[in-house]
Design a protein around this ligand. Structure first.
Ligand code: HPA
Length: 261
């Protein structure tokens, strides 16, 4: 079935990554307990005009939960309990592909999962149900299109597409590992899109990443990686916040969203 995705009636959440621990702290937080445990942080509410958006700090509000210890199942289950059906995931990434640069944003359209040992499915044998989700296209195309359109309206340089390689972390990669990821076709490296994206699909949600490019991947830049990160994170963060504002404030009520098959 072909169906337009519009903003109207959707329940959005933003999952914030590094640099977004203080996301929405001005609002009342709500701590939920799910069958998978407690989420990384209280769910907070952000208001963009008449849009009420849930905000969740993936690494905790003290930024003390490393990528490999995030309880993604509890995070997504808590959002599902709140009626969320569409998730914008903010995450920082290192870039392999030469044409892209730190400070820029990207909305990837594919991923390769290199993580291990994470609770990656809600189907853990404890219930009679099982769904082999179709993950051919891991990110929601309608949501990606809306994000890119929002960036375009305010002239923010946001790359359309690319393969997000999800690494285990918390350490960064070796130069040889980056060469291997490059041979695999990976464009950016980050540590958090999986199993988050797959769990969102299991919960039936739209999910897309707005990725903040904050460094050249190991062995690919001129500077030390942490110099890159220190120099670019604030710029990328400010740009991503502008895109979110454009996303939520100028699309309200429009009914000409992209098509979903
Ligand atoms: N590799 C993996 N994850 C990251 C990077 C990186 O270079 N930069 C930000 N998150």
């Amino acid at each position: 079935m072909t169906q337009a995705m519009t903003m109207t009636g959707r329940q959005f959440a933003i999952i914030g990554g590094s640099g977004f621990a203080d996301f929405g702290t001005d609002a009342d937080g709500r701590t939920l307990v799910t069958r998978y445990g407690v989420p990384s942080a209280p769910l907070r509410r952000l208001n963009y005009d008449q849009h009420h958006v849930s905000a969740l700090a993936r690494h905790g509000e003290a930024h003390d939960i490393p990528p490999h210890r995030i309880n993604h199942r509890a995070n997504l289950a808590a959002l599902a309990m709140m009626g969320v059906d569409s998730v914008i995931a903010l995450n920082t990434v290192g870039v392999i592909r030469r044409q892209l640069y730190p400070g820029q944003l990207a909305v990837p359209d594919q991923l390769i999962d290199y993580t291990w040992g994470r609770d990656h499915s809600i189907y853990d044998g404890s219930s009679a149900t099982l769904d082999h989700i179709d993950f051919t296209r891991p990110f929601s195309d309608p949501l990606r299109t809306l994000l890119l359109a929002a960036a375009g309206r305010i002239d923010v340089d946001c790359h359309d597409g690319g393969v997000y390689g999800v690494t285990q972390g918390p350490r960064l990669e070796t130069a040889a590992e980056v060469d291997r990821f490059d041979r695999d076709g990976v464009d950016f490296l980050g540590m958090t899109a999986m199993p988050e994206a797959a769990l969102a699909r299991e919960f039936g949600m739209h999910y897309a990443c707005l990725s903040l490019i904050v460094n050249f991947a190991a062995g690919r830049g001129e500077k030390a990686i942490h110099e890159d990160i220190d120099a670019s994170t604030l710029t990328a963060k400010m740009q991503s916040m502008r895109v979110l504002k454009a996303f939520f404030t100028t699309q309200t009520g429009r009914s000409d969203g992209p098509r979903r098959t």
